[in-house]
Ligand binder design. Sequence first.
Ligand code: 26Q
Length: 817
Amino acid sequence: STDVMHIGPGNSVAELKESILGHFCFDVGKSPEYATLHDWYMAVAYSVRERMMEHWVSSLERIRDKHQKIVGYLSAEFLMGPHLGNAIINLGIEQQIKEAAEQLNINLDEILQQEEEPGLGNGGLGRLAACYLDSLTTLKVPAIGYGIRYEFGIFDQMIRDGWQVEITDKWLRNGNPWEIVKPELNYGVKLGGKTQGYTDEKGGYRVKWIPEYEIRGVAYDTPVPGYKNETINLLRLWKSEATESFDFQAFDKGDYYGAVHEKVFSETISKVLYPNDVSEAGKKLRLSQQYFFVSCSLQDALRILELRGLSLDDLPDAVTFQLNDTHPSIAIAELMRLLVDEYMVDWDKAWECTRKTFAYTNHTLLPEALEKWSLPLFAHILPRHLEIIYEINSRFLSDIRNKYPGDDDRIRRMSIIDEQGSKYVRMAHLATIGSHAVNGVSALHTELLKQDVLHDFYELQPDAFFNVTNGVTPRRWIKLYNPRLASLISDRIGERWITHLETDLINLQSFADDLSFQQAWRDVKKQNKTDLAHLLKQRFGMNINPDSLFDIQVKRIHEYKRQHLNALHIIHLYNRIKQKRTDGITPRTFIFGGKAAPAYYLAKLIIKLINAIGETIDNDPEVNQFIRVVFFPDFNVKNGAHVYKAADLSEQISTAGKEASGTGNMKFSMNGALTIGTYDGANIEIMECVGEDNFFLFGLDAAEVKAIKQNGYHPYDVYNNNNDLKEVIDLIQSGAFSKGDTNIFKPLINSLLGDDPYLVLQDYQAYVDCQQRVSAAYNNEQAWTKMSILNVARMGKFSSDRSIRDYCENIWHVTPG
Ligand code: 26Q
């Protein structure tokens, strides 16, 4: 039905066509005969955006409605992925747009390819924020995603001579049709300087902050459409600018250069996303970024409160702020400062209000990833906040002293200030103490948080701890990026699964043994694999065979994620082929993708190793009739569109206890891949859902990892006692993959043989054995297909809709609309 009656811009083919042409004329400003594909992309994007704006106004109404609590999702990262395809799906106009494009003689797929994705995140945490905005809106929960409008997002990755090369991400260079700047929505943000005590009119002691400088944050709004529900939420990102007043001061003195310099500094704050996904200590600009976006967001929330005609007492009922890791946790001190210093609220009342307003999600257990700021640095940028943190800490620790008299060690462990050696502010402690709820992102992760990283806090307040297992949105990750599978599913069970994954997808189970359904299922996978093979051929000249098993690991490159364990298995197969022990080897294509933090040397060396193995195999026909290895450069959301749907096997092989949840594991499994994985993060829950028989589990569990480390782990002995492993490592060392160079991979080998912090060698044999079971299973086409169907059917729990419902019920206490 293409001719639905409508108020506002219509969604019929004719109306869409007219709208696209109109935007072409009036916004692109070219005659169609000179049009580039990008020009057409802009015209289509404007037309689609217009169809969201229709619902924009009613959404603003909801923000003014004082009876509805707003969720403020505070996150330093939002990895939204391309907007156009998603907006078309969520507006439910894909048929009409396709038809309109055809009539205009333009190819919709080519148009969609034109969009440069906003890469405003590193990986899992940023993408989770994006999936959550989709679900919040689909569930009609009023929400604003608050973050930073980085001018340069995560770098683009190129591979040169097998090494990663980083290229600046100039995502705004061709304009961004999805954002709407709100110049009138801007707030001042102070930085640096000192504090000063004074006595107020009533004789009370107060403190004011005399900053060194002030910058301004301007709001850039991007509409977030819900799935076919005429609802829009807001992604509100702050761009830093110079304040007019500072310019004028300099101009008054005739200091033109000084004024421009000031402007350059102010604009630096939102210039670039930090490209590491583990916290990096000692970066002044990073702390300034965090404070900048948090300060703007809190001021914005107080403005909304005023707009609703409410008072500060109403704040916790009007807004709930979710802290996406500790990155925005300075918000706790900032709200205290606003309430105490600026609105003159008394401390206890302000503290109660603050704790009711915030909740904190932890995303990591890696000790080196826990954010901490050196005291001098913190004092330099946020002198008043440091005083406030001291006050929070001193009141908190005196409570602890009362509860546990004489337990000085506990005081030392729980303090917000780390005082062993150089002093640091521990942001996870601030976030935990200042929130009414703390959550981990998978069942195991939450358990480990309670037993380990935040154990003392859990003992103090067990009721404040929750688990919310992560989820991903089936709109983007199935319907948009795997349309063939989506249609096949809808043919059998209807379309409700798109918004009711948990209850409806399970109905696929009854087709698991249906031979004609199985054949259709295999056909879809085969076509998806063929698409990926074509793309890799066309873009990079790579040759891969869609009849082989596609074994895929895509995620940030990290030692704890153990891409090098995967590489060791490949070399094991290589050895077997060279030694003519090929029985039981199933033809495979190993596909890797992922970025390494630019300063993470070993991660970059792992990329080089993968490419070196790939090249050696490419040049060896004896080996490449069995296996191939490719590295898909620049893995991001847009490229993910071609990858998840084409996988037979999903690699989720982190050291147990290290991957908080993982979300790629969910995307693969709900697109029909089977998982080879460790007992880690959400893998455990995925296995519980899909069934042990439909999941390839291997390796140590978290308790065993802990035990083996405590009892002394000796990787060199593991190497010496396992001939197969020894051959694999010695082959790398011999230069077999590096044209005889015996030095290049030494740092990696030394790390593995030296202390092997992530137990790669320990899990090696279990992994190789498990891979052998995978190969055998893949050879039974029918059984494999059945397992694949059951994986998809049983993945309903991992919709981000379920995660958001959990947050609503347990943490935010809001009812989905
Ligand atoms: C912090 C300070 C300074 C510089 C960088 C950072 C920083 C930036 C990004 C620290 C961490 C991150 C990102 C972490 C992340 O993506 N964690 C992942 O979160 C996912 C969603 O919960 C989980 O599924 C993954 O297991 C977890 O690794």
